[in-house]
Design a protein around this ligand. Sequence first.
Ligand SMILES: NC(=O)c1ccc[n+]([C@@H]2O[C@H](COP(=O)([O-])OP(=O)(O)OC[C@H]3O[C@@H](n4cnc5c(N)ncnc54)[C@H](O)[C@@H]3O)[C@@H](O)[C@H]2O)c1
Length: 427
Amino acid sequence: MATIAVIGTGYVGLTAGACLASMGHAVTCVDIDEAKINQLRQGGSPIVEQGLEELLREGLATGRLAFTADLAAAVADSAFVFLCLPTPSRADGSADVSYVIEAAREVGGMLPSGAIVVNKSTLPIGSTLRVAAALQRSDVHVVSNPEFLREGTAVEDFFHPDRIVIGCIDREAGQKVAALYGEITARVIITDPASAEMIKYASNTFLATKISFINAVAAICEQVGADVQDVAAGMGADPRIGAQFLAAGPGWGGSCFPKDAQAFVTIAADAGNDFHLLKSAIQTNEEQIDRVIAKVAAAVGGRLAGATIAVWGLTFKAGTDDLRDSPALKVCARLHEAGVARIQVFDPTVTVARAGIPPYLHIASGALEASRAADVLVVLTEWSEFREVEPGTVHAQMRQASVVDTRNHLDRELWRRSGAIYQGAGR
Ligand SMILES: NC(=O)c1ccc[n+]([C@@H]2O[C@H](COP(=O)([O-])OP(=O)(O)OC[C@H]3O[C@@H](n4cnc5c(N)ncnc54)[C@H](O)[C@@H]3O)[C@@H](O)[C@H]2O)c1
């Protein structure tokens, strides 16, 4: 069993730390956010992630998981240091690697001899070498080990990954990192650092492109009278295509796809390539918001100004509390700009105003409350509880029974039978 320090306890670092501790490693998680560290020490998870809190409590009870804001103390005896720091977008779209490079500079003088630094953050091609240069330690190896977990199922994904990607110059160091995942049965792909870094960007942007593709198809379906649900089922039955990521919706968002897509465009541009395929996927995604707004406007007879809109769902997808780059927030912002009088929102993970929620959103405590006196209901996130709400009770709250279901999430027939004017996506 290894001693591991995890720097950055966000969605990736906290999940990795808790899961590695549950596999028997001695893990110390470090963060600069002291409030977060205090909450974690009490066994409370700062994020909504299925199964995570149980693992935190288990790790604290066994003594295999610890939390600190003291970087030097955490890394002093660690054989492995995982960098799980943010890599947000810069103004030009490129990935801001300064959190990672600064941390590498800082730990450079603290690491024990023979330690291995593991890049888990999503980092542009060449970053393994940049981190190695920032460390200024010839006795420390750097290994790229990109993370593929999905928010909402992060713990499950950590224990059951589709693959473990290791990018290394020193093969022995790479194998030591692979061995940390010992009991996990997944294909291990060991490659050079640049290829490992590229696998992460290519994978995320391929999935984003797949969603843009089906959203573009959905728009055509509406014009020619086809049903994108049936089209996606027919396409997805072909194993070369696959059924996942073929759901029409308000567009891709979240903390990864948008920033990684922009970063990959800049990585390509720096290498002299105009990645117009990915640029088109990004543009299609932006146009998706226009399509949603047009549908909502049509539902209120073209007069958004003065309307009251009910919104179900704010997170970028169900199962997470993450609001970063959520299409739902973009739709709300556009409605607000268009002069909508009131936007009443319900999301199961957003019960009180918090960072990232603009002041013009009225947070409701339930789906029915959000619908009160609304001119139209817009479904933006696929929370399963929305399907449980009885349409008639919603109508009774609303000024008119009009629904724009951007994800084809509700039962269309049920809502139509109940007398609602229901509009889905691509059908
Ligand atoms: N969120 C995902 O689903 C996901 C999936 C795969 C890969 N990634 C990648 O993993 C990386 C981390 O993403 P995330 O979503 O976990 O980020 P996050 O914003 O949730 O967490 C980052 C954490 O790092 C902490 N931090 C910042 N500077 C620090 C410092 N100097 N020292 C210690 N802690 C510091 C922050 O306080 C925060 O808790 C990114 O590169 C992201 O692209 C994310």
